[in-house]
Design a binder for this molecule. Structure first.
Ligand code: ARG
Length: 400
């Protein structure tokens, strides 16, 4: 039985109640760990979070700023893989869990804890990501999931908190379940549990339209990583945040989809991901001129698999690691610029250029500068179709 537990602490109702529940019901000491992955634009009041955790009964509370690490080591590999789960979702929540687990494990080591805990329910993907990642990094640590075991409804939890003086801001009718970070925002539940229901306008915050004047925005990439906006070099986190507000202000970057959770449930999800979707759009476009054809095709076959692994909690796994090596190697020439055109509700690529471009004007043009060897084509095409020609002559005629 665990004695000291590091709990992934958000400051919300469930994790605040979990602090006390773990302490009282399991008799453990709780160390609350808040990880800043850019939620609420990264504006986390660390002192307030620590005070809340201690008021709930934590023996220790820590807040770490993991924004740079999250952007560099988690969002970027996923972006370089153009990772979109089921072809659409840029893995916002799925990417943050492994970085949180890294810090949970580090805190457990530092504070001599023998278990980690999370506030996920038994129905979602996030429990899978927390637990599988912990098993991969620290198989000796126990994982405790109080929300999955305590059997309290939301009202029960509110009553539990009120009876014990645990500070909460939750009200009885909480409508949505929201998870956000640098890479975007996920909004579920409430009336959107009916997949036919139109998401109420109030759910959108990163993509509330506020700009109508069209504009162009140029993203510069170096070896597959965005480094500049309109020629100005920016640190990664600032670049993502700036892109978030620039693109989001045109009301672009929303997703409304029914996705397949790892646990077998279909779930209606809405997302707003202006920065991550714009980056994947631009990055994929730059690859169209910088990746050789066969490399590009093979990479595009692996991308959906990469997204699945991340979604399914296998960030720390041998296949994901091997795919990272492949993707890393593929990115050495993905350096250049992509122009995005923004206008109300739309974000489109209108140009791309690179010193390493494989686009050869002389080969492509129909003008006088044409350098293509036209005489090579006749023999090539003849041989390309030779087996079909033979089949047509011998078998197609026989029918069947
Ligand atoms: N469905 C998304 C995913 O599995 C988002 C989950 C958001 N989590 C939450 N607690 N609202 O990645």
């Amino acid at each position: 039985m665990a004695k000291r537990v590091v709990l992934a602490y958000s400051g919300g109702l469930d994790t605040s109640v979990a602090v006390r529940w773990l302490t009282d019901e399991l008799g453990v000491e709780v160390i609350a760990l808040g990880v800043n992955v850019g939620q609420d634009g990264g504006e986390i009041d660390a002192d307030a979070l620590i005070a809340r955790a201690k008021a709930a009964g934590a023996v220790e509370a820590i807040v770490v700023d993991a924004r740079d690490e999250f952007a560099r080591d988690f969002c970027m590999p996923a972006m370089r893989a153009n990772a979109l789960y089921e072809g659409r979702y840029p893995l916002v929540s799925a990417l943050s869990r492994p970085v949180i687990v890294k810090h949970l494990v580090a805190a457990a080591r530092e504070h001599g804890a023998d278990a980690v805990a999370h506030g996920c329910t038994g129905k979602g993907n996030d429990q899978v990501r927390f637990e599988v990642s912990t098993r991969a990094l620290a198989p000796d640590l126990d994982v405790i999931a109080p929300v999955r075991t305590w059997g309290m409804t939301r009202e029960d939890s509110i009553r539990y908190a009120e009876a014990r003086g645990i500070p909460i801001t939750a009200t009885k009718e909480k409508l949505y379940s929201i998870d956000d970070n640098l890479w975007g925002r996920a909004i579920e539940c409430g009336e959107m549990e009916d997949p036919w229901a139109v998401p109420p306008p109030g759910v959108w915050s990163l993509t509330a339209p506020s700009t109508t004047e069209p504009r162009d925005l140029v993203i510069g990439f170096d070896a597959g990583v965005p480094v500049s906006l309109d020629g100005a070099t920016l640190p990664l986190v600032s670049l993502i945040n700036e892109l978030q507000s620039a693109v989001g202000s045109y009301g672009w970057g929303r997703l409304d989809m029914v996705e397949n959770r790892r646990v077998g449930i279909k779930s209606r999800e809405t997302y707003e991901c202006p920065a991550s979707l714009a980056l994947i759009l631009a990055h994929g476009d730059l690859e169209s001129i910088t990746l050789e054809r066969d490399l590009a095709r093979e990479k595009s076959r692996l991308e959906p698999r990469y997204a699945e692994l991340v979604y399914d909690g296998l960030w720390f796994s041998p296949l994901k690691q091997a795919l990272d090596a492949f993707i890393d190697d593929s990115q050495q020439h993905v350096t250049g610029e992509v122009r995005l055109h923004l206008e109300a509700g739309s974000c489109q690529v209108t140009g791309r250029r690179s010193d390493a471009s494989l686009y050869d004007y002389g080969l492509a043009t129909y003008d006088a500068e044409d350098s293509f060897r036209h005489e090579d084509s006749a023999g090539f095409v003849r041989l390309w179709g030779l087996s079909v020609e033979t089949w047509a002559a011998r078998q197609a005629r026989l029918g069947g």
